[in-house]
Write a protein that binds this ligand. Sequence first.
Ligand code: IDC
Length: 310
Amino acid sequence: MSTKYDRHGALHVNNAGRLVDHNGETVVLHGYCTHDLSWYPEYVNRDFLKYMRDEWHIDIIRLSMYTAEEDGYCVGDDENRKKLLEVVDRGVKFATELGLYVIIDWHILSDSNPLMYADMAEEFFKIVSRKYASYGNVFYEICNEPNVDCTWKDIKSYAERIIPVIRKNDEYAVIIVGTPKWSQRLDEAHEDPVTIDKNLMYTLHFYANTHTDELRDLAKEAFEVKFPVMVTEFGTCSADGAGAHNAEEADKWIALLEENNISYAMWNISNRDETSAMLKPDCTNITGPYTDDELREPAIWYREVLKAHK
Ligand code: IDC
């Protein structure tokens, strides 16, 4: 079976702000985000990823490694960090064997400013970029969602520290930079973009039951001016990961992303008791296949969305 990665190989960002292959052909990726790799490492298994590739047609998996929540990379001990690096490694290896693209996500959240653990981020990205330098399928997402009072200036100075660390090992991988206000303020990044590197994208996240026309307008503006954007995480529910599944607004978002060739990945692969989880809490199957009874409503909706990309 030939996957998108088999056909297109390593991607880069072109002048129109889109992902392209070495022939300049536009490539759009669709995938799923893991939940916290400390809390739900069990889904990072080969059978599950193969099932998602073959039956759901995902072509990218985002490995969400929390930094500051319980047992996060920056708050746990060395043993915990070792474990997390192993889960990341397993995820990248399986993705590679299966011909999937993969995002290594430094998932800041309660640590609202990436500068807080910038030293550890440097160390982490040094390790992973060295390991995966020769892999064409790896994306580095350097800060999930800067939030609260973290400014674009802070994020930019962080990016200017981390990008050279990655580039020292890996010249070509696409690096994804978070934006202010839980990765919504593309406009602030666009006004003063990072200039030390060209192969960059910026993050937009939305939760369709919370973020509607206002955020879509901001997104449209960014797409129109060819600002390179990737939706590395979205939900169909509310911004807290719970609340109602809003298919109507989610459909509007997907239409907008499709029109503009923007890649996206949905939150989250787990059976946690919340709307955004793929699986119902009583489903303990970690490899698939899954019956509709085991899946939550957003997951069933998303499976239909993904069918268009078969
Ligand atoms: C949420 C999880 C939830 C967890 C919480 C804190 O769904 O189980 O308790 O994080 O760790 C984001 C974040 C993402 C959030 C998600 C839903 O990137 O980590 O996950 N969300 O709140 N941004 C907007 C929404």
